[in-house]
Design a protein around this ligand. Structure first.
Ligand code: CTP
Ligand code: MG
Length: 232
């Protein structure tokens, strides 16, 4: 595929993993002798359209992250994150030197991203400048109040949003520049683009296998999928 810009991936690995509840942040949890973070880096390092990877890590884990990154030639920098995911993202964006690039922003704790999904994100980013992968719910969706159903929701128009999300550099950096306060806290980056720039954000199909490791209950399914995707 022809691409007019370099592709830089930010891997966000500066969360504490409080819902996971281990004494090590979940991105450093090992399955078959490899950390979740390594599986995630490997996906982007192996993708032919990705040129560079920047990892945003917990300040106290920078040395450990540098050690892990050694075997991935596309990793150019490991930088410290902040108190929220948004602050970590903003730090990552500030570390990008190539201002004429496409940026993929990814949760380090999603270690199963099909290569094809990354290609489709990059192929679509030129059009709107912002593309996100989403999946439909296979369960019925409701709104609840005090354990009583208030409303049944339309499963076809309410989607679950995943990462990686892909942006033109100027779109994502403008969105963050328009957030003047030091403390920002959004669950993902596309929300900020919508709120600050109000531009159309393109939706493409995500993958049901692209699970975010959140609690210990996710481990059995992630272990099984890793076998298939990473040949562990
Ligand atoms: N993240 C980050 N910096 C933060 C918070 C989160 O880089 N200050 C990253 C996490 O490392 C993770 C991704 O954002 O890869 C998604 O966040 P989440 O699943 O919420 O991870 P944690 O914040 O670590 O977990 P928890 O909310 O349970 O504490
Ligand atoms: Mg969190």
């Amino acid at each position: 595929m022809f691409k007019s810009r370099k592709v830089i991936t930010l891997i966000l690995a500066s969360g504490k993993g409080s819902r996971f509840g281990e004494n090590i942040p979940k991105q450093f949890f090992k399955i078959k002798r490899k950390t979740i973070l390594e599986y995630s880096i490997e996906i982007f390092n192996n993708h032919p359209l990705v040129d560079e990877i920047i990892i945003v890590s917990i300040p106290e884990f920078i040395q450990k992250t540098i050690r892990i990154s050694k075997k991935f030639p596309k990793v150019s920098k490991v930088i410290p994150g902040g108190a929220t995911r948004s602050i970590s993202s903003r730090n990552g964006i500030a570390a990008i030197e190539n201002k004429n690039s496409y940026i993929l922003i990814h949760d380090s704790v999603r270690p199963i991203v099909p290569q094809q999904l990354i290609s489709i994100l990059i192929e679509n980013v030129e059009e709107t400048g912002a593309v996100i992968p989403c999946i439909k719910s296979t369960d019925t969706l409701i709104k609840e109040e005090n354990q009583i159903v208030k409303q049944f929701l339309d499963r076809n128009s309410i989607l679950r949003v995943q990462t990686p999300q892909c942006f033109k550099y100027e779109i994502i950096s403008n969105a963050y520049n328009l957030t003047s306060n030091d403390y920002i806290d959004y669950p993902d980056d596309s929300i900020l683009v919508m709120e600050k720039l109000n531009i159309p954000i393109k939706v493409i199909p995500g993958s049901i296998h692209n699970i975010k490791l959140t609690t210990k209950e996710d481990i059995p399914i992630i272990s099984t999928l890793l076998k298939q995707y990473h040949f562990t």
